[in-house]
Design a protein around this ligand. Structure first.
Ligand SMILES: Nc1ncnc2c1ncn2[C@@H]1O[C@H](COP(=O)(O)OP(=O)(O)OP(=O)(O)O)[C@@H](O)[C@H]1O
Ligand SMILES: [Mg+2]
Length: 361
């Protein structure tokens, strides 16, 4: 093959979004493209001539698979079981191995294809969550109807009772409790209904900093005697975004409320806004949309890994008076805005919830 042709094919391989590693007959690297360099955490210069099994030491299932192809020429595919542990990060990958054949059909090496499945796994999780919500939807609609009617009855009867005994202070106190609790059930049913129905966005220009500042002000007065500081750090260059203001208010109120509830006396909550320039929403630059990120950071106890798994599941709560709908609602609002919500927590060092939203819908 002419030199020009060779560099042409090298360009083709290097432009590939998936990782490509070419091995010689012994299983040593002859070529590794940029995507594979990134996945493996080594450069072409470091990798060239080194055995695949040395570069991916400790990656048992991947090594076994490559070894088998090097030995036998068998093609193997595994899209389920391989997770690379590199630089402290876990990356799920799909792997394919196949023999490299010369023009005369002779086996002269092995080709390893690695595809980063991080985004695929995230998408799968989002679909599972949507499934859970839609089966919840049918149930919720029925349940809400069945509950709201008798609840209206209790509410009316309690009010009548209150009028019947205007002078009995004790009785009036009980009735107030009844009315308050009825109201609470009402709110839960309403929230559940909102969560379960597909909802339509009422889009308008939203000054996000105004929304956040209002919530912070409200929460500051709600902390009452507890000594909790809430600080805001906003990037002034962020323009109004196109969004549903009422829903964004609900979203950030839930997050900031959770943060305030998580911290103890002397706790600190920070609300930060920043621009994610050039954040790519889909893998490998398919579409790049400018997005903003809002971080809600607290120095509370953090969230244990087993709790983290269930955070967004409706009715999951660790609080005696929580409904567990807060974060499920947050996730729905964020996905309706085509954004993302992430949580990072390393107990006991507090929690950061990050919401990413596109500037426009
Ligand atoms: N900032 C945080 N720090 C620690 N734990 C948190 C934080 N945010 C959420 N959690 C955990 O996630 C659980 C679910 O939160 P979610 O907002 O969905 O419901 P809730 O706060 O329990 O109830 P509700 O929001 O209806 O009052 C909480 O019970 C709590 O255990
Ligand atoms: Mg909550």
């Amino acid at each position: 093959m002419g030199e020009e042709m060779e560099s042409y094919y090298a360009n083709v391989v290097d432009s590939f979004g998936d990782g490509v590693i070419v091995l010689d007959g012994r299983g040593a690297v002859t070529h590794i493209n940029p995507a594979a360099e990134e996945l493996a955490g080594v450069s072409m210069r470091q990798a060239k001539g080194v055995l695949f099994s040395d570069i991916f030491k400790g990656e048992g299932p991947l090594n076994e698979m490559v070894e088998k192809t090097v030995q036998t020429g068998m093609s193997i595919s595994d899209q389920e079981n391989i997770v690379l542990k590199r630089a402290g990060k876990l990356t799920p990958v799909g792997a394919n191995t196949s023999p490299l054949l010369s023009s005369s059909g002779e086996r002269i090496g092995t080709i390893v294809l690695l595809r980063d499945l991080t985004n695929v796994r995230e998408l799968e999780e989002a679909v599972r969550q949507a499934d859970r919500l839609s089966s919840l939807g049918a149930l919720a609609a029925g349940l809400a109807h069945e509950i709201k009617n008798p609840l209206g009855g209790i509410n009316g009867a309690a009010q009548l009772l209150e009028m019947e005994f205007p002078d009995n202070e004790d009785l009036r106190e009980y009735i107030r409790v009844m009315l308050k609790e009825v109201q609470r059930v009402n709110v839960i049913v309403e929230e559940l209904l909102a969560l379960a129905s597909p909802g339509r966005l009422k889009l308008g220009k939203v000054n996000l900093h105004q929304v956040l500042a209002d919530i912070v002000l409200l929460q500051k007065s709600a902390t009452g005697a507890r000594n909790v500081s809430i600080n805001q750090y906003f990037d002034p260059s962020i323009p109004p975004i196109l969004a549903d203001e009422a829903l964004l208010t609900q979203l950030f109120l839930n997050l900031i409320k959770n943060a305030v509830e998580a911290v103890g006396d002397g706790g600190q909550v920070k609300v930060t806004s920043r621009v994610l320039s050039d954040y790519s929403m889909t893998p490998k630059g398919e579409r790049r949309a400018r997005m903003i990120a809002i971080d809600v950071v607290d120095n509370g106890p953090g969230i244990a890994p087993d709790v983290q798994e269930n955070l967004f599941t409706p009715f999951f709560t660790t609080k005696s008076k929580g409904t567990g709908l807060g974060l499920a609602i947050c996730q729905k609002i964020v996905s309706e805005h085509r954004g993302m919500i992430r949580v990072e927590s390393h107990p006991p060092r507090g929690t950061t919830f990050t919401v990413m939203l596109p500037f426009i819908q």
